[in-house]
Every structure is written in structure tokens, then in C-alpha cells.
Design a protein around this ligand. Structure first.
Ligand code: NCD
Length: 337
């Protein structure tokens, strides 16, 4: 895969070599994220960070990643405060904003919108989530996390068993991650969701074509010898009404007791976050916060490394980062993270 100048719109663009390249550059970004050193490699470059849907982690980690490479961030959040609310097309917005920026990260509620935007853009566009469709950078950081966490336990992505739970219909993170896992071998998937929120058949077909096995269930029973349990939130914003979403909330809770009863020791616990911690949902209980297998915050931290790697690659500076190193002069003990 040729990264320089390319858009990152879908996990379908990646092959095994491209993945390893991203992960290797992400590893090299750790000292910068840990504030052991700084780089000015993107000094003068501008990221247009356009988020037309709610976001905390994805938006801030795109911005942080760009800042850590020495670049500046210009942000637009919400439809209401942008000219899209005045009826402007994505094409026009892209034509204009791409002349103000060197690269654009974008999230939008409509499937296919980021690709449509990219057609009008004169700079690379990175998909930060297009409706229920895809979330490629999340899938990359999820896979990077899975690889690292399994490595600690002497296991590999090939041959693993992953259990995905919750809103598998509208959850774009599980769609992108499952598709990306088609690049690996012999994976077992267990999909647990309310029947109405099952994994789309398009994704199941892709898994079958890749030679993977999957089980689909609407209840959590017995011991699942999963290596990874990936919990998700009911995507309330994708339902016709909040009442409709409410009936699915809290169906599959993961807490210490359930974890001990249904999973083997050392099953790695993941969630793209935000977890819905309201009492009626509580899909991932705080009583797991001190469980060493809870990887959700390591997962979120990895988002910065992956997004730094993608910026470096798409802007063609992946081999120049350390050439522009400077010192960190302020107090910081992030190095111990
Ligand atoms: C996810 C998303 O926006 O798709 N969050 C994220 O980007 N980390 C998952 C979610 O909102 O439930």
C-alpha cells in the first residue's frame, strides 16, 4: 500500500504488509507520546479536524497526535456551527477546507460521507467514523492493542478466539475490526447481541470467505474460552427513538462476577469507549477497573500512536521524525506509563 498522499477511508485498503508498517511506525512514536522527547517534523503543517458527530477520544487523539508531531490543529465540531447547516455540500466544504489544511480527519453521521468529502478534497482525508459504516483508525488501534496484549500471554492474532458483545448492527468499530481480521488466519468469533442488533451478513460473509469460524448468539451462556472479549455500547444515536434504544441497554453487562464465571483467566477486556456507565446500561462495570486484563485505557492510549503513524505515513515524513527531535524541558513522568 502506498501511504503518501493517500486517503484512509476503509480497512479494505490495508494488506498485511501495510499493517505491519503502521504498527512499526506506531512503536517508534512511543517516546514522543510519553514526552521523553519532542519532534518538530510537522512544524507549520495544519490538520483540519472536522467532527460532525459527538467524539472525545477520536477527536482529541487525532489533534494530540498531530500536535505531538509538531503540527497545528484547526477544529470544527457539530453540524450546527458549520456551513453544512446552511445547506453546503460536502464537496464544497472539502474544496474550501482542504486549501486551509495539509490533511483532514473527519467524522460524519452518514455512511459513505467521508469518501464523498474526500472527492472534493485536495489533501489526504482520514475517516474518523462515517455513521454505522466504518472506523478504520479505531480498527487499527484495536488490532495493535490485541497484538500487544496477546503477545504478553505468548499468543498470536492468528488462531485467537474473540468474543464481540452488544450492538453489533450499528457499531462501526466491530464492523471495521472484523473486516481487518480477515487478513489473519483461523480466528474464531463469537458474536453476542440482541437478535435485532446482530452482526450484518456482509461482515459474516467476509469472515467465512477468509476461512474464519463464527458463532452467533443472543445470550451469554457457559464458559467462553475467549482470548479477547470486546464489549460495545448500544449506539442510541442510530435508532429511530431513544425509547427503542433503551430496550436493548443493559442486556449484556460485563462485571467481575460474569467475567469470572464466563471467561478464562487472562481474557483481555476491550471496549472502544465511551462505556455507557448509566445504571440502566453499565455494560462494563467499574468493579473491573483494577483487573490487569482490562485493556481499555491502554487501548485508548494506543490511539495516539496509531494516529501519529498514519499522519507521518500519509504526509511522507515517517523516516524524518527523529531528525527533527528537540528536548522536553517541562516536568513529566508519563515515561512510566
Ligand atoms: C466509538 C465510535 O464512535 O464509533 N467510539 C470511538 O470512536 N472510540 C464507539 C462508540 O461510540 O460507541
Amino acid at each position: 500500500m502506498h501511504f503518501k498522499g493517500s486517503n484512509i477511508l476503509s480497512v479494505g485498503q490495508f494488506n498485511a504488509d501495510a499493517l505491519q508498517q503502521v504498527f512499526q511506525i506506531a512503536d517508534q512514536m512511543a517516546p514522543y507520546a510519553q514526552r521523553k522527547k519532542r519532534t518538530k517534523v510537522l512544524d507549520g503543517a495544519i490538520l483540519g479536524n472536522l467532527f460532525f458527530e459527538p467524539s472525545t477520544r477520536t477527536r482529541v487523539s487525532f489533534g494530540t497526535a498531530f500536535n505531538l508531531l509538531g503540527g497545528e490543529v484547526r477544529e470544527t465540531t457539530g453540524m450546527e456551527s458549520s456551513a453544512i447547516a446552511k445547506g453546503e455540500s460536502l464537496y464544497d466544504t472539502a474544496r474550501v477546507l482542504s486549501s486551509y489544511s495539509d490533511i483532514i480527519a473527519m467524522r460524519h453521521p452518514k455512511s459513505g460521507s467521508v469518501a464523498e468529502f474526500a472527492e472534493g478534497s485536495r489533501v489526504p482525508v482520514i475517516n474518523g467514523g462515517d455513521g454505522p459504516n466504518e472506523h478504520p483508525t479505531q480498527a487499527l488501534l484495536d488490532l495493535y492493542t490485541i497484538q500487544k496484549e496477546l503477545h504478553h500471554h505468548g499468543r498470536t492474532v492468528d488462531g485467537m478466539h474473540i468474543c464481540m458483545i452488544g450492538d453489533l448492527k450499528y457499531g462501526r468499530t466491530v464492523h471495521s475490526l472484523s473486516k481487518l481480521l480477515c487478513l489473519y488466519k483461523n480466528i474464531r468469533f463469537t458474536f453476542i447481541s440482541p437478535r435485532e442488533l446482530a452482526m450484518p451478513s456482509e461482515v459474516l460473509n467476509a469472515l467465512s470467505n477468509a476461512g474464519h469460524q463464527f458463532n452467533v448468539s443472543d445470550e451469554l451462556t457457559g464458559v467462553l474460552d475467549a482470548d479477547i472479549v470486546y464489549q460495545t455500547r448500544i449506539q442510541q444515536e442510530r435508532f429511530a427513538s431513544l425509547e427503542e434504544a433503551a430496550q436493548y441497554r443493559g442486556r449484556f453487562r460485563l462485571n467481575s462476577d460474569i467475567y469470572t464465571r464466563h471467561y478464562k483467566p487472562n481474557t483481555v477486556i476491550m471496549h472502544p469507549l465511551p462505556r455507557d456507565s448509566r445504571e440502566e446500561a453499565n455494560e462494563l462495570d467499574n468493579d473491573l477497573n483494577h483487573n490487569p486484563n482490562l485493556a481499555i485505557f491502554r487501548q485508548a492510549d494506543n490511539g495516539v500512536l496509531i494516529r501519529m503513524a498514519l499522519f507521518a505515513l500519509t504526509l511522507g515524513v515517517e523516516n524524518l521524525v527523529s531528525k527533527y527531535d528537540t528536548e522536553v524541558v517541562w516536568f513529566s513522568d508519563k515515561a512510566n506509563y
